[in-house]
Ligand binder design. Structure first.
Ligand SMILES: Nc1ncnc2c1ncn2[C@@H]1O[C@H](COP(=O)(O)OP(=O)(O)OP(=O)(O)O)[C@@H](O)[C@H]1O
Ligand SMILES: [Mg+2]
Length: 339
């Protein structure tokens, strides 16, 4: 988009240059212009072209900068999270949604009276159609937004009554579209806990095996992954992000599983890492993979911002309801068999 005006501008500059040259040559041929004047015009036109093109690219850089400035201003103008004056410490890491309602535009409810308990040390899978509110629900835990009604509690304490630092320290996020910064894989993992010892980093990479990913890159562990992690596949980025979460060692992990199909190696590494993560943490996974869904301790089916079914895989399969057809569709699409 931003390329188009500058391309048109460049073409125009060259067009005018070409016309000037053509006229000057014609005048020279007709004897109306002397050789010295002709040379003078050519040199002048060439220098003008140069200056005009430079000015064009400068103005393009300025507009890019202006965009960045606008974004920064928007971020700075955002209201900070209201902080409580008397922070309370949660007892444990279990999560409870208590009649939670939320809407982005304060008109259409996106989360509609959701009550759900996600016990400590258990894996809760959230499933449901696109747009049903799964990502929104998990983000309410980390206070990306505050609820409009009801409460989200961690260890019995309303997240609004916790010190923001303590809340963020308790939660690890593994996003669907992980953003890695342009550093090495190791730097990206260490970001989870910058003062981690080498031993801790080794432990974190033991499961999700981002080192295996690194081995395939030309400079191994030292390779830079590119802005946003562009040199890695989605599954590989998620492995780096899981290792980051393991290193941070937070008691709550919110996992937005990648929807894209994974190859066998990435799939195996992520499944194993999920189990390791779920062992003694509260994990809420927005689950797309059948193995994650079937292996969850409880599954909540979300439809239009409401929990319509809750139970284990076996329980939900034996019930009338959306889950059964949802599961069958997925199974058919992914060619998976329950043994
Ligand atoms: N930042 C936002 N601002 C405004 N509306 C939003 C925002 N994020 C999501 N929504 C809207 O809220 C609803 C729920 O979105 P959400 O992302 O929670 O769904 P989801 O269940 O995670 O879907 P998916 O499976 O596609 O990821 C959608 O209608 C969406 O358009
Ligand atoms: Mg989502």
């Amino acid at each position: 988009m931003t390329q188009r005006p500058i391309t048109v501008y460049t073409l125009l500059v060259y067009l005018v240059f070409g016309l000037t040259l053509l006229c000057a040559t014609a005048l020279l041929a007709l004897g109306q212009l002397g050789a010295v004047e002709y040379l003078f015009v050519v040199v002048l036109a060439l220098r003008s072209v140069d200056a005009l093109l430079k000015a064009g690219s400068q103005s393009m850089s300025m507009s890019v900068c202006q965009n960045a400035i606008d974004t920064s201003e928007r971020i700075l103008a955002a209201e900070p999270l209201p902080e409580t004056d008397a922070p309370q410490h949660p007892k444990g890491a279990g999560i409870e949604f208590d009649h939670v309602s939320f809407s982005y535009d304060k008109a259409r409810p996106v989360i509609d009276d959701v009550s759900l308990v996600c016990p400590e040390g258990r894996l809760t899978a959230l499933v449901g159609p696109s747009g049903s509110g799964k990502t929104t629900l998990t983000r309410l835990i980390a206070r990306f937004w505050d609820v409009d009604g009801g409460a989200v509690r961690i260890g019995g304490v309303d997240v609004r009554d916790m010190a923001v630092e303590e809340l963020l320290g308790m939660v690890s996020l593994v996003f669907q579209d992980v953003y890695l910064f342009d550093g090495t894989i190791e730097e990206n993992v260490r970001f989870g806990q910058p003062d981690a010892t080498d031993e801790q980093v080794r432990h974190a990479v033991r499961v999700a095996r981002p080192d295996q990913v690194a081995e395939r890159l030309e400079d191994g562990w030292e390779t830079r992954v590119g802005e946003g992690g562009g040199r890695l596949s989605g599954g590989e980025r998620q492995r780096v992000s899981i290792a980051r979460a393991l290193l941070k060692d937070a008691p709550i992990v919110l996992f937005d599983e990648a929807t894209a199909a994974l190859d066998a190696e990435n799939e195996a590494a992520i499944v194993e890492a999920m189990h390791e993560l779920a062992r003694d943490r509260t994990v809420i996974a927005i689950a797309h993979r059948l193995s994650t869904i079937a292996g969850a301790d409880q599954i909540a089916m979300l439809e239009d911002g409401r929990v319509t079914q809750l139970g284990t895989h076996g329980e939900l399969l034996s019930q009338e309801g959306r889950y059964r057809s949802f599961w069958e569709d997925r199974r058919r699409a992914q060619g998976w068999r329950v043994r």
